[in-house]
Design a protein around this ligand. Structure first.
Ligand code: C2E
Ligand code: MG
Ligand code: MG
Ligand code: MG
Length: 292
């Protein structure tokens, strides 16, 4: 009897696994065609300077409009793209699109705005990456100082000897570098020291914990202090509440990015925001449903 049950369980497991694999395979096929079918687009989430309360930058965030399935957020497809190598063409598309958009905003003579673009570790590992970035800057006419490349903290501890060299190559183009999701990886100060870092993005988990966890407050504090000591800027990710805003302002965190002020939004809305160019006020008490 027990044996029979075991067999059954095994059969169930394996058919579930097959379903999951088929589903992933299907997603990969769809993703292959997403770019040429123009189903990918970028949203932009404003970054706010805490001293002036003005929008000083945006982060480009990828979205996939898959017919019949609605808008898919990157958590559901970036990992697949990374596993299959698709991140190379898709990531390059995002970089080009973001730089083009930033260049267009500059032509409109809106207030200056930094454009941050997420870069996967596979893109950084490609030997031609910095040349591609240089080409894109040239093609779009965006002055390099307006482009910021976000690499996750895992890049800092990857045992790839020439990552510091690669980041330095990018820095030489005149772009800036930020370390994303800081506090979640395993980087050591010895490694970070080798990297030309302009900005640290305090991970959302510590920002979320500000009201409820002494541990998270201590980490937030320490990261802000460290950034100041190392002459880096610090931006808090995922700020949603007034209490978090008060804490981060008191601690002199430079910038914030989060639903409290703005969700990721289409380019046209950013334009409107920049035209108004006034200090931001909280977008509360809107319900915190998903960003586009
Ligand atoms: P990330 O770079 O850490 O981006 C920040 C994420 O936090 C975004 O999720 C953003 O929508 C979300 N967020 C911002 N403020 C808040 C808030 O107040 N509350 C909450 N709950 N969330 C907030 P999103 O757009 O789903 O992107 C997820 C991740 O996907 C990004 O994390 C990034 O790692 C990756 N990603 C997005 N676009 C690209 C891309 O073009 N290339 C690559 N390689 N990765 C990308
Ligand atoms: Mg990011
Ligand atoms: Mg992040
Ligand atoms: Mg993240």
């Amino acid at each position: 009897h027990a044996k029979g049950m075991g067999k059954n369980r095994y059969a169930l497991c394996s058919s579930e696994m097959k379903d999951e694999m088929a589903r992933q395979g299907e997603m990969i096929n769809l993703l292959y065609r997403a770019q040429e079918k123009e189903q990918l687009f970028l949203c932009y989430q404003p970054q706010v300077d805490l001293k002036t309360r003005r929008v000083v930058g945006v982060e480009a965030l990828m979205r996939w409009d898959l017919p019949g399935q609605g808008i898919i957020t990157p958590g559901a497809f970036i990992p697949l793209a990374e596993q299959t190598g698709l991140i190379q063409p898709i990531g390059e598309w995002a970089l080009l699109t973001a730089c083009r958009q930033a260049a267009r905003w500059r032509e409109m003579e809106l207030p200056p705005l930094r454009m941050a673009v997420n870069i996967s570790v596979q893109q950084l590992a490609s030997p031609h990456f910095s040349q591609r970035v240089a080409d894109i800057l040239q093609k779009t006419g965006l002055p390099p100082r307006y482009l910021e490349l976000e690499v996750t903290e895992s890049v800092a501890y990857r045992d790839i000897a020439d990552f510091p060299m690669r980041l330095n190559q990018l820095k030489k183009l005149g772009v800036s570098i930020s370390i994303d999701d800081f506090g979640t990886g395993y980087s050591s100060f010895g490694r970070i020291k080798l990297l030309p870092v302009d900005r640290i993005k305090l991970d959302i988990q510590f920002v979320r914990g500000i009201e409820i966890s002494a541990y998270d407050r201590a980490v937030a504090d320490a990261v802000i202090e460290m950034a100041k000591g190392l002459k880096m800027k610090v931006i808090a990710e995922g700020m949603e509440t007034t209490a978090q805003l008060e804490f981060l302002s008191r601690r002199m965190c430079d910038e914030v990015q989060g639903y409290y002020y703005f969700k990721p939004m289409p380019a046209a809305k950013i334009e409107k925001l920049l035209r108004e160019n006034c200090p931001v006020r909280p977008a509360m008490p809107e319900p915190l449903n998903n960003g586009v």
